[in-house]
Design a protein around this ligand. Structure first.
Ligand code: SAH
Length: 372
């Protein structure tokens, strides 16, 4: 095919795809019939591409100390109202991780505010090494899978953390629209740098996760459709998206926010659209969905998500890690979250993939599953 003709065909099929994503995202709460149809289609793709199993990633929010000032975020550096700035000590993190291992959560996510200081990075590397070493068992000989979510770092740091034993990394683009990205971040943060960080992560060997917030002021359906095309272009393995929820200390104006029913539908339709377009990736039903309605995460799973992240952060610090208002389960202990979640999975007739990393087929297809 001549070059210009091929370019024409590619751009036309991309336009058609974009158009169909826009159609999915335009289905409102007043059209349950079309929403159910989209849901059925997303579920079909889910079953075919990644199976019916749901994988758990126990999330440990191990520090809320942050040097960034993202305008939407409750733990931003300049928020003086955070009740306590904390960093869990290594033994505490290890004991939470071992609890995950003992209960069959095959992977965990270590998440924190963003910091680049050497001491912090070294502590993270050390704890990864300890978790990898100590969580090996007969049922899971490679130990827990470890996902990091600690923001933008240098390529050297990514290499160091990968070598320590983490094999997945989550770094949301927040919005792939440059102007919108700039409007929700201070001028010290740049869209280009974020995209470079995503490329660096992939180059360093990580399975790569990213995502956006849904319902940001100034965000249009077209921008969300472009977000999904961006995920495809970046060849992501994992997607984590959730509704934007105002934090009372945020300098962002709540004006023009969607009502929570529309926001929930739009979030579910984003999950479904991502599943249909991206197919064999892992998609998380995020906690923020549950801040909108009590069964928000289960609903996410019935619209194409296949991963969920039970909170295993010690209850003593949970309330200090509030990225947004109304974060659920602040009083609960991890044992309670465990029992609660098992019931929730039964309610939607989904099996849980225990003692298994649950890597996305997208990440392992064509190459042997990464084993350490
Ligand atoms: N410091 C890490 C982890 C950030 S918290 C990092 O920068 O990657 C994880 C995610 O929570 C963010 O990427 C953001 O998308 C989401 N988040 C933060 N504030 C939020 C809010 N007010 N509503 C919804 N999601 C929010």
């Amino acid at each position: 095919m001549a070059g210009h003709w091929r370019a024409f065909v590619i751009s036309t099929s991309e336009d058609l795809l974009r158009q169909s994503i826009i159609e999915y995202l335009s289905i409102g709460p007043d059209d349950p019939e079309r929403s159910r149809k989209l849901q059925r289609r997303a579920l079909e793709v889910t079953e075919r591409e990644v199976g019916r199993r749901v994988y758990y990633r126990g999330i440990i929010e191990f520090s809320n100390i942050c040097s960034c000032d993202c305008l939407y975020c409750g733990i931003r550096a300049s928020n003086r109202n955070v009740s306590l700035r904390y960093e869990l000590d290594e033994d505490q993190i290890l004991s939470d991780a071992m609890w995950c291992a003992a209960n069959g959560y095959g992977s965990l996510v270590l998440q924190s505010g963003e910091r680049q200081d050497h001491g912090f990075i070294e502590r993270v590397a050390r704890i990864i090494e300890r978790i990898k070493r100590e969580s090996r068992s007969e049922r899971q000989p490679e130990g827990l899978g470890i996902t990091l979510s600690i923001g933008e770092q240098s390529r050297e740091v990514y290499r160091r953390l990968f070598a320590a034993g983490a094999h997945r990394y989550l770094l949301r683009i927040e919005s792939s629209n440059k102007a919108l990205f700039s409007s929700i971040h201070p001028p010290t943060q740049s869209y280009e740098r974020r995209v470079d960080a995503l490329r660096d992560l992939k180059e360093c060997g990580f399975q790569l996760g990213s995502g956006v917030m849904i319902g940001l002021p100034g965000q249009s359906i077209d921008m969300l459709a472009d977000d999904i095309l961006f995920f495809r272009k970046m060849d992501l393995d994992m997607i984590g998206m959730g509704p934007y929820i105002v934090h009372p200390d945020s300098p962002m104006s709540p004006e023009g926010m969607m009502d929570s029913e529309s926001l929930l539908m739009l979030s579910l339709h984003m999950i479904a659209a991502a599943r249909i377009v991206l197919k064999d990736v892992n998609i998380a039903a995020t906690t923020a969905l549950q801040a909108l309605v009590p069964d928000g995460r289960e609903r996410g799973l019935t619209y194409g998500a296949n991963v969920t992240m039970p909170n295993v952060t010690p209850s003593s610090v949970r309330s200090a890690y509030q990225l947004y208002a109304g974060k659920p389960c602040l009083e609960e202990r991890k044992e309670e979250c465990y029992g609660c979640l098992a019931g929730r999975m039964r309610s939607i007739d989904r099996e849980v993939g225990l003692y298994d990393w649950g890597d996305a087929p997208h990440a392992t297809r064509g190459r042997k599953a990464l084993r350490r």
